[in-house]
Design a protein around this ligand. Structure first.
Ligand SMILES: O=c1ccn([C@H]2C[C@H](O)[C@@H](COP(=O)(O)OP(=O)(O)OP(=O)(O)O)O2)c(=O)[nH]1
Length: 85
């Protein structure tokens, strides 16, 4: 996850917006940094650029169906289909 301070004050954000570490990943943790400001920025040793949030992983099982038994309020409405407010 990004840190709000560096992003807001210096334009230093994560290149991938949010980094996802796979639960079976065994390599070094990498942080993709992007300076979206016009000003050069030098990270200092021990300066914090990201924060790690550890969450439980749900191993979901999917069941394929041809039709839903009941229609839901959302139905097939996708991006922006519920309006702005
Ligand atoms: O900010 C990040 C994002 C990813 N990773 C590591 C852990 C993760 O498990 C692996 C692969 O990341 P991801 O699955 O997001 O990469 P991808 O672009 O989907 O490609 P691929 O899965 O083929 O590697 O890289 C990091 O260290 N930091």
């Amino acid at each position: 996850m990004p840190r709000s301070g560096l992003g807001h004050k210096n334009g230093i954000v994560l290149g991938n917006l949010v980094g996802l570490i796979d639960s079976d990943y065994q390599g070094p943790l990498m942080v993709s940094c992007w300076n979206r400001s016009q000003t050069e920025f030098t990270m200092q040793p021990m300066e914090r650029m990201a924060q790690l949030v550890i969450v439980p992983v749900v191993q979901a099982k999917f069941r394929l169906v041809n039709d839903f038994v009941e229609s839901s309020e959302r139905g097939e409405g996708g991006f922006g289909s519920t309006g702005k407010h």
